[in-house]
Ligand binder design. Structure first.
Ligand code: SF4
Ligand code: SF4
Length: 388
């Protein structure tokens, strides 16, 4: 196989925030320090070497990029201040921009102000479109009939459109990543589906990636808890991350259940239901979990609680802000729905909530949120190698 060398790779990576890794002289301290690096996935030194010699395809096909949880232990061990931890984060941003086909991720990462402007514009366009379809008479209705203000059907079809666009762009990126990783790992179709044993191994690896690691956060919790400075449990990174993941998934599940109950005619749209109602209960608990996680991430980055939070980029803040607004406006809608005298602000908060939630999904393949697609794929290959 021909090896293509990209002489601009290192310069390009610097645009994504990589520190000056040309200072690295391959001593290997970082790899020796990293608690997640092992024989099946050695990093970060190997990734830095790829960047230094221009092996772009090797870098983009490295499952190791996504096996790192950004604890910054390696950065503290580096004698030349090459900041390998931040290099890994920058390389992930570079990978997201390289996998997706539109070039939007590159703009968001390398021109953060323009990226922010695009983000605000997308939300504004979504909100304006919904507002032009709105039944403003609903503002004076005796009950807070939110779905009269912005019709349920419109939200439904806009939501389907946003999901379809996200799935298309995301699928493109995932296919590119799978092909690059499979090529580098030497994994063929036969190796995952060629025999009953291969299918069983692939299914086990999929469970490890999705259930044990993505949902259970096993490696993050057990192997990567040795952060440079010990953190109290309430702000330990794996827990804050897990609460954010579980909260988001819970809210997604509550939305699906709610929609299903409305389709079945069990529940009328836009009506307040008791707090113990399944979708409401799940949504409230999940919302609290999400708000806790995202708020702690934001405060931690703002206050620079630990070395892991010393560097923040515009894309970090963009994702956290979108998640935080979605969670907060969700609770504000709940308050509005339960208020005896429905407040008029409830309509506008509802509009903001729907617009931002849709933007979150629409922008998923292009923002830091894309790691929810790529990390499980990388962990699948990682688990597959372990089960070989
Ligand atoms: S940031 Fe942590 S997990 Fe990532 S390479 Fe460095 S030591 Fe390993
Ligand atoms: S510790 Fe620093 S100098 Fe040594 S290999 Fe890692 S990045 Fe390079």
């Amino acid at each position: 196989m021909t090896t293509v060398v990209d002489v601009d790779l290192l310069a390009d990576l610097k645009k994504f925030g990589a520190a000056d890794v040309s200072a690295c002289f391959s001593c290997g301290n970082c790899t020796a320090t990293c608690l997640l690096s092992d024989n099946d996935a050695t990093f970060p030194r190997r990734m830095i070497r790829y960047a230094q010699v221009g092996l772009k395809d090797e870098l983009l096909g490295s499952k190791e990029l996504w096996a790192c949880y950004g604890c910054a232990l390696c950065t503290q061990s580096c004698p030349t201040k090459a900041d390998p931890g931040e290099f890994m984060a920058a390389a992930r941003r570079y990978a997201i921009a390289s996998y997706e086909p539109t070039g939007l991720a590159r703009v968001i990462y390398t021109r953060p102000r323009l990226g922010l402007l695009i983000g605000v514009l997308v939300a504004a366009v979504l909100a304006t479109f919904m507002l032009t379809q709105a039944d403003l008479g609903g503002l004076h209705a005796p009950t807070l009939a939110l779905f009269q203000f912005v019709p349920n059907e419109l939200i439904h079809w806009l939501g389907i459109g946003a999901m379809a666009a996200m799935v298309l762009a995301g699928a493109w990126g995932v296919v590119r990543m799978v092909r690059a990783t499979a090529r580098r790992e030497g994994v063929t179709w036969e190796a995952v589906a060629g025999s009953r044993e291969a299918v069983r191994r692939a299914a086990g690896a999929a469970w490890d990636a999705l259930g044990v690691e993505s949902l259970g956060q096993r490696r993050f919790r057990q192997d990567c808890d040795g952060e440079p400075e010990p953190e109290p449990l309430w702000r330990r990174r794996w827990l804050v991350h897990a609460l954010t993941v579980w909260g988001f998934l819970g809210l997604f599940g509550a939305t699906i259940i709610d929609y299903g109950l409305e389709l079945l005619g069990v529940k009328a749209t836009g009506t307040a239901v008791p707090i113990w109602y399944p979708s409401r209960l799940l949504g409230t608990v999940a919302g609290l979990s999400l708000m806790y996680g995202v708020t702690l991430f934001m405060v931690g980055r703002w206050r620079r609680w630990s070395a892991t939070q010393a560097t923040s980029t515009g894309s970090d803040w963009m994702l956290l802000t979108l998640l935080w607004i979605t969670g907060l406006t969700g609770f504000a809608i709940e308050v509005a729905l339960y208020a005896g005298q429905p407040p008029a602000w409830g309509y506008w908060v509802f509009l903001l909530h729907v617009a931002v939630a849709m933007e979150l999904m629409l922008m998923l393949p292009f923002t830091k949120f894309a790691h929810v697609m790529y990390r499980p794929v990388a962990l699948f290959f990682y688990a597959l190698a372990k089960r070989a």
